[in-house]
Design a protein around this ligand. Structure first.
Ligand SMILES: [Zn+2]
Length: 415
């Protein structure tokens, strides 16, 4: 019996040139799984003192997809399926890598084919599927790595078949993930697996192609030309990508960083423009202020000119004992000059009329209709002083000897 078992490779099917290596692996793994220790009281299952856990196969396949479809109902069936697909692939790929590492150590092997050999046997002993590697495979530790293989009795396909539910997509994603993880660890090269035919969708077998991510599409395309299934169908095969989500998140993060930089740049530009506008605004205000000042000075100069170069001669003319007719003309002339200058005076400070601060106070009170007695009281001076100030004001305003009411004249300056 022992002799027969040791020469009969019955847990995997491999090309002849791999036969001997896999037979060694089968011997090792069979021995490994021959010592089982089950202790439910401690919640323990151990093979060769290595702890294992048992999981219902359907919970990790058909029913897992169903659960995700419910949880992601709002995102639609396709997204729920993609999520399940990527999630299970990543988990299985990681488990495959970890198991492989542990076995290399136990078996003390270093050759890639030797490393690979325990994988399919371990796979069979742990209940995932049996493995059939096709002769066209050429597993090499470089980017040309190519493995074409079937997983008869895949636990995933079976979960669907038992529910009698047909699918339009290959379902053995953990099978794909685990085997690519194990091989990746064995050959030290990035590998992905696509299931190109699946019993769950009505194909004759669950068939996989494993290759370097940069070559897998080419291999699928080449294989499809020889296969009986139409090329279009192969073209739609989704190649699982280890940690696709991470790549997408990285891309998203890069995109976000790029956007943030753009916003920052725009903000800097806006700030600079704002600063320039503020500066221009300040400059404009200065110019306006200067223009206002100039206008005021011009008006004041104009008034001073009239006051100094016209009014004295007009007053002299009055002194020359003019005739009645000339008097009328002089009055008209003075009235017109006053009409021209009064709107300007009203806007100017009284200092240009040469009034002293005290005279300004008196003039303001007169203008407001305050009688002399009250003004004297308010300013705390004698009535005579007020009379004297009024006289001086009339003189400065050219009202001396004229029948013009001081208050009316002051009011007219304000109009
Ligand atoms: Zn399948």
């Amino acid at each position: 019996m022992n002799q027969d078992v040791d020469t009969n490779l019955n847990t995997v099917s491999v090309p002849d040139n791999f036969h001997q290596v896999f037979l060694q692996a089968q011997k090792y793994v069979r021995n490994y799984f021959s010592t089982v220790q089950s202790d439910p009281e401690k919640g323990l299952i151990k093979f060769s003192d290595e702890r294992y856990i048992l999981v219902r196969a359907s919970s990790m396949s058909k029913e897992f997809f169903d659960m995700m479809a419910i949880m992601y109902k709002d995102r639609g069936e396709k997204e729920a399926r993609t999520l399940s697909f990527n999630f299970l692939f990543d988990i299985a790929h990681s488990i495959g890598k970890a198991d492989a590492k542990s076995f290399f150590k136990k078996m003390k092997v270093s050759d890639p084919i030797e490393k690979l050999s325990a994988g399919p046997v371990h796979f069979a002993y742990t209940g995932w599927a049996s493995v059939k590697i096709h002769p066209l495979s050429h597993p090499t530790p470089d980017e040309n790595f190519y493995l074409i293989y079937d997983h008869p009795y895949s636990f995933e396909a079976q979960a669907w078949l038992e529910e009698k539910e047909t699918t339009d997509f290959p379902v053995c994603v953990m099978n794909a993930g685990y085997s690519s993880g194990w091989c990746e660890e064995s050959f030290g090269v990035s590998l992905v697996t696509a299931e190109i035919e699946c019993r769950a969708k009505g194909d004759r077998h669950c068939r996989f192609i494993m290759a370097h991510p940069s070559k897998i599409k080419d291999y699928i395309s080449k294989y499809s030309k020889k296969a009986y299934i139409k090329y279009e169908h192969y073209n739609k095969i989704d190649v699982p990508e280890f940690f696709k989500r991470k790549r997408l998140e990285d891309e998203l993060q890069n995109h976000r960083t790029h956007l943030e930089k753009l916003v920052e740049k725009r903000t800097d530009k806006l700030t600079a423009t704002n600063k320039r506008l503020e500066e221009a605004n300040i400059a404009l205000k200065v110019v306006l202020k200067q223009m206002e000042q100039k206008e005021k000075t011009d008006k004041e100069n104009f008034l001073i000119n009239i006051k100094q170069s016209i009014m004295p001669y007009l007053n002299e003319l009055y002194e020359t004992n003019p005739s009645k007719g000339q008097q009328v003309l002089l009055d008209r002339l003075e009235k017109n000059i006053n009409q021209i200058t009064s709107p300007l005076i009203s806007k100017l400070s009284s200092k240009y009329l040469n009034l002293t601060p005290m005279e300004i106070k008196v003039a303001t009170l007169v203008k407001d209709g305050t009688v002399n007695k009250d003004i004297a009281q308010i300013l705390n001076v004698s009535l005579n002083t007020i009379t004297s100030h009024r006289y001086k004001i009339r003189t400065k305003l050219n009202l001396k000897n004229k029948n013009i009411n001081l208050r009316s004249y002051l009011l007219s300056l304000e109009e």
